[in-house]
Design a binder for this molecule. Structure first.
Ligand code: DGY
Length: 322
């Protein structure tokens, strides 16, 4: 019997590409340039399985492109770039890669907290520009983390992993906002205080770190009003999705001093960075590095592969989301 045809839309670490190619008839995107809507639409009629990632927009129009694809095995945990309702309506199964990128993403949240609080980006730019004039007591003073409150918006796996690092490693106090209270063990371990009201969490936090899913439900959750509700001189960290933040309003809050700084790993229209942020010193900008460790990217590939194999063998998908 012919092997199922699989399209992988971006390069994966070599070892997982090889394992996928051992079992399936795989097409890799050798150029590793994001496919356009036309290629993705055509793929719907040419492949049995699509393995897209966050840089691919798979909306209803793309899905209507053909009837051959039966599984979309997303390489990544976030899936707001896929219209899961339209996929379900066509009988296409969808899976993601949860769990394996929790630690790497929490590490990047802490990287951003430290970089923005200790003004590491500004310092590095100064050194590289040959403008450092030497040590002095008032040079590039930042904020310490000890005893400060970290407010987490969204307290799932990544939010909790971020809180653990901040609490155990840096002596921060933990507060969170989410749909429901966390498990008693987690609350006890982290002395975590639950805020059922987002505005109250924002007002109580020195650092706010976003850990919600993307999509319509959280679009512009952090808008001008939310930014005005934050403690004056506090910091915003985003490793979730760019669409959760109104970036024009954020730039205003950074310029006025309402916020002391922001650390961002994600943007609404990647790889475009909102113009108004580029000229600001008090924002750290990273190119969506949350899961970017070799170990994590291999684990993500293995997780996507496990779903493709389960589908091919007619077993339930381990990570089915639609
Ligand atoms: C995900 O998995 O959703 C990430 O944003 C990509 O690393």
């Amino acid at each position: 019997m012919a092997k199922p045809k699989v399209l992988v839309t971006r390069r994966w670490p070599e070892e997982v590409e090889r394992r996928l190619a051992d079992r399936f008839d795989v097409t890799f995107n050798e150029a590793d340039v994001a496919l356009g809507a036309a290629d993705l639409t055509a793929a719907m009629g040419e492949y049995d399985v699509l393995c897209p990632t966050v840089s691919d927009k798979i909306g209803a129009t793309v899905l209507a492109g053909g009837d051959r694809v039966k599984l979309i095995a997303n390489y990544g945990v976030g899936f707001e770039h896929i219209d899961t309702e339209a996929a379900k309506a066509k009988g296409i199964a969808v899976s993601n890669t949860p769990g394996v990128l929790t630690d790497a993403t929490a590490d990047i949240a802490l990287t951003l907290i430290l970089m923005v609080a200790r003004r590491a980006g500004e310092g590095e730019r100064e050194v590289r520009a040959g403008q450092w004039t030497g040590w002095r007591p008032t040079h590039l003073l930042g904020a310490s983390l000890q005893g400060k409150t970290l407010g987490l918006v969204g307290f799932g796996r990544i939010g909790i992993a971020t809180a653990r690092r901040a609490f155990h490693g840096f002596g921060m106090k933990i507060a969170y906002y989410g749909r429901r209270e966390t498990l008693p063990d987690v609350a006890r371990e982290l002395h975590a205080r639950f805020y059922p009201d987002l505005g109250e969490l924002l007002a109580a936090s020195d650092f706010v770190s976003l850990h919600t899913p993307g999509g319509a439900e959280t679009a512009n959750l952090i808008d001008a009003q939310a930014l005005a509700a934050m403690k004056p001189g506090s910091y915003l960290i985003n490793t979730a999705r760019g669409g959760v933040v109104d970036h024009a309003a954020l730039a205003g809050a950074l310029r006025s001093g309402q916020l002391a700084g922001a650390g961002l790993d994600v943007f609404p229209q990647e790889p475009k960075i909102p113009e108004e942020l580029l000229g600001l010193e008090n924002v750290v900008l990273l190119p969506h590095l949350g899961s970017a460790t070799r170990e994590t990217r291999v684990a993500m590939g293995e997780r996507a592969l496990a779903n493709v194999v389960a589908w091919a063998e007619g077993r339930p998908l381990p990570d089915r989301i639609a």
